[in-house]
Design a protein around this ligand. Structure first.
Ligand code: 2P0
Length: 325
């Protein structure tokens, strides 16, 4: 028998960037994200007899064996709640979108892993506990356990759902993958560079509190005119802490800036199109169902023949799902 867990990446509208505690992986800034239903991670877990007196693990992502050390904090935490016989835990995870390219694959990956491990080891965790376990792998993964609109407060152990996925049915995210390459710097290293070397980092933390409150209200009111400027402030201020780090971190590519300009032009023409970016060159444009065509048309007109952009449209997705096969 194997356990199958499916989770969607969670895109931050207000960004988590910086840690209050690196050991426990607690966030210094609060964040609010949406589940991207168009992309999924599917994680299969089975248990084998242990080779030694303690439980061990092996993890592959898209068929590639991963360094087990990357998963040590996660499994150490998970195994604290396990009282059964030692096991060898075999995990195979598949993403239907690029891994480690700024599309939150670690969010969906660790949320699916936490769900699979909870069921496979009979840990009996509730959603909040699963979110806290996922955090030991990746902070943004806390938000991928619930569907819909999710808040992950400053210094909190876990994320919590603000609204279910049907709260704002018209909201859409147009994802423009301008590059399929892996990022050169991990988000973890990049946010540590911001925290430890950017003179703007304290201002970023202070300002994020306002952005969290403003975004929460705008989402409750389903008001994209109010939410859009908050989305823009959050990503641009987050990147400002990277540009001002020693050494500076630059995830943007020339094509990313072109997509930003396309969104700005759309807004001038009265189309609600608010871009955001994460730890990679991809650009995500938040818009409404009625305006998706206009956004896609502008992207087609603005891309050059040399651009091999992959464009996807996502609604708001559900939370983690776990089954046995
Ligand atoms: C987020 N991002 O809120 C932020 C905004 C990207 C920019 O990927 O160190 O991979 O594993 O906790 O969760 C957050 O980075 O970092 C992140 P760790 P994570 O989605």
């Amino acid at each position: 028998m194997s356990i199958v867990a499916v989770a969607h990446p969670n895109l931050a509208l207000v960004k988590y960037w910086g840690k209050a505690d690196t050991g426990l992986n607690l966030p210094a800034s609060g964040s609010i994200g949406i589940s991207l239903g168009a992309f999924s991670t599917t994680t299969r877990l089975r248990l084998e007899a242990a080779n030694s007196g303690s439980s061990t693990w092996e993890v592959s992502i898209n068929g590639r064996t991963q360094d087990p050390e990357r998963f040590r904090d996660f499994f150490d935490e998970a195994l604290k709640g396990y009282s059964g016989e030692p096991r060898h835990i075999v995990v195979a995870s598949e993403n239907d979108f690029p891994t480690a390219a700024g599309l939150a694959s670690s969010a969906s990956g660790f949320a699916a892993l936490a769900g699979a491990v909870n069921r496979g080891l009979n840990l009996n965790l509730n959603d909040s506990d699963i979110s806290a376990l996922a955090r030991r792998g990746s902070g943004s993964a806390t938000r991928s356990v619930s569907g819909g609109f999710v808040a992950y407060p400053e210094k909190a152990a876990s994320a919590r759902q603000l609204h279910r996925e049907n709260h704002w049915p018209e909201l859409r995210c147009v994802i423009v993958q301008v590059s399929s390459g892996k990022k050169a710097v991990s988000s973890r290293k990049a946010m540590e560079a911001s925290r430890t070397t950017s003179p703007y980092y304290p201002a970023w933390i202070e300002d994020s509190r306002k952005l969290v409150d403003q975004a929460r209200d705008a989402i409750a009111d389903r008001d994209l005119d109010a939410l859009g400027p908050v989305i823009r402030r959050s990503y641009l201020r987050m990147f400002s802490t990277m540009f001002s780090a020693d050494d500076p971190v630059m995830f943007w590519q020339e094509a990313s800036i072109r997509v930003m300009n396309i969104a700005a032009e759309l807004r001038k023409n009265g189309i609600a199109a608010w871009e955001t970016m994460d730890a990679g060159p991809q650009v995500k444009i938040i818009t409404l169902e009625t305006q998706v065509e206009a956004v896609l048309t502008a992207l087609e007109a603005g891309r050059s023949g040399a651009d091999d952009w992959v464009i996807s449209v996502s609604g708001i997705g559900s939370g983690l799902k776990v089954r046995e096969e």
